[in-house]
Ligand binder design. Structure first.
Ligand code: GLY
Length: 342
């Protein structure tokens, strides 16, 4: 029998700020709509607060959900202290920083890149794949070539911090996926809020704009010190991200292999289509992982985050410690500790 301890710690802006000494991250807000959740943006992990802030600038001025999630995802991609997303992501076991991302809009259009090197904003390349090609996914050198052909500049992405962590890892080179391994190598940065220092993984973002249209984005450097060529769930439509404008959207974080095996984000959206609330749908997707691989499920983290057409949201994770950030006219930097199975 699984222990279903409840971890939810829904905190108001004021309570969170008092407890964690948060600086105010609220962006200027357009005329609030107290009776409506919309527009709204939600993102995985505490670092979603800063991403939401950028996305809110788009949503609060009547912008499109697609533009909001792209703007938001670019924030952790550019953060030199974030070693699980974007330019400062940890490399694979051979020292290559390879990035994965995908994006999906309200019309079912989607694009992604996987295993892409030397380009620091994979989410924007993913959007270009969606908008400028007849394809959905570009990988490896092809993705890099496409990015350069479309105006991106090639850069060496391996930062001194990432290189140091990789060389430390090379001393043992024990290839065993570890839950939240990034945290063990992370050097706390002064003046960062505590959650930002320790909760590291993929960012998945879902937005519903004022017109009621839904879009999502998902971006990561993948599992730290992965096998060269390994791709997780994040750039795979249906696994790391799925949006259906009639129903809602879902995204995932954690060990991508188990998400891919269960086509996790698609599953969450389909469960919502059948009438489930976002949190219940996420919990059911987590349960599928447990059912299929009970022993593995105890040792890894996977979390799902979902939103429906009305702007109702929820999440569920295998392990405690998963958090997500919510932003709408009522709450700008709300962090919620997700419930978990274990
Ligand atoms: N969820 C990120 C990955 O497995 O690569």
């Amino acid at each position: 029998m699984l222990d279903r301890r409840k971890f939810i710690l829904t905190t108001s802006l004021a309570a969170t700020g008092a407890a964690l000494n948060l600086r105010s991250l609220a962006a200027p807000i357009a005329a609030p709509a107290p009776s409506s959740q919309l527009p709204i943006i939600i993102s995985t992990w505490d670092f979603g607060v800063a991403a939401n802030q950028a996305a809110w600038k788009v949503l609060s001025t009547g912008g499109r959900a697609l533009d909001a999630v792209e703007a938001g995802a670019r924030v952790p991609e550019a953060d030199p202290n974030n070693h699980s997303v974007g330019a400062a992501g940890y490399p694979d076991r051979d020292g290559h920083v390879t990035l994965d991302a995908c994006i999906m809009d309200e019309k079912g259009n989607c694009g992604g890149v996987a295993g892409m090197e030397y380009i620091d904003h994979p989410i924007s390349v993913a959007r270009m794949v969606m908008e400028k090609t007849p394809h959905v996914l570009l990988v490896g050198d092809g993705a890099t070539q496409f990015a350069v052909a479309n105006g991106f500049t090639k850069k060496q992405l391996l930062t001194p911090d990432s290189e140091k962590a990789w060389k430390e890892w090379l001393k043992t080179s024990k290839y065993q996926p570890e839950m939240n391994i990034e945290n063990k190598h992370f050097t706390p940065v002064p003046n960062k809020m505590p959650g930002n220092q320790y909760n590291h993984d993929t960012i998945g973002m879902l937005a519903v704009d004022a017109a009621g249209n839904i879009s999502g984005a998902c971006t990561t450097s993948g599992m730290a010190f992965k096998l060269h060529g390994r791709v997780g769930d994040s750039p795979i439509i249906g696994a790391g991200l799925f949006v259906d404008n009639e129903v809602g959207g879902a995204t995932s974080t954690g060990v991508g292999e188990e998400v891919i095996r269960n086509v996790g984000s698609f599953l969450v959206v389909e469960l919502m289509r059948q009438g489930m609330k976002p949190e219940d749908a996420c919990r059911e997707a987590v349960n599928r992982i447990v059912k299929k691989k009970p022993e593995i499920a105890k040792t890894i983290q996977v979390g799902f985050l979902a939103i429906n057409k009305k702007g109702e949201y929820g999440a569920y994770a295998l392990q405690k410690g998963f958090s997500y950030a919510v932003c709408n006219a009522q709450k700008q930097d709300l962090i919620i500790k997700g419930k978990s199975i274990y």
